[in-house]
Design a protein around this ligand. Structure first.
Ligand SMILES: [Zn+2]
Ligand SMILES: [Zn+2]
Length: 124
């Protein structure tokens, strides 16, 4: 389900960068992905991490990002010390290092709950 506000912004934006700028001003940037994926693709080269980092959320760029994260997580999962280095009790340690210790799981759940509450508040 797309957020009507985001879609309205996306339909008015002239480019991905413009869209991000508008959303940034509205304080909506963290939930921007749906709106950006609805934008027409421009003719820059896609399917790269750099375009993803510049805010493109087209399928090619998302795939590039997912591939990179998968590789990174794979490496991290086979190196238990990486979770220790990152520190426990963090949602990022849970996600990126595959740690399922109690503090990391709690932090992960807290982040999900906060995200859901924010979505609910935005929808209301
Ligand atoms: Zn792209
Ligand atoms: Zn942990």
């Amino acid at each position: 389900m797309a957020d009507p506000v985001l879609l309205a912004v996306a339909s008015r934006a002239t480019s991905v960068a413009d869209c991000r700028h508008l959303l940034d001003m509205l304080g909506l940037l963290p939930t921007v992905t749906e709106a950006e994926s609805a934008l027409p693709q421009d003719d820059q080269e896609h399917g790269r991490m750099s375009t993803y980092r510049h805010g493109c959320r087209c399928q090619d760029c998302r795939n590039a990002n997912a591939r990179r994260h998968k590789q990174w997580r794979h490496r991290a999962a086979h190196n238990p010390q990486s979770a220790d280095r990152a520190g426990h009790g963090n949602a990022s340690t849970y996600n990126n290092h595959g740690c399922r210790c109690e503090p990391c799981t709690e932090a992960h759940m807290a982040r999900i709950n906060a995200y859901r509450a924010a979505r609910k508040a935005a929808a209301a």
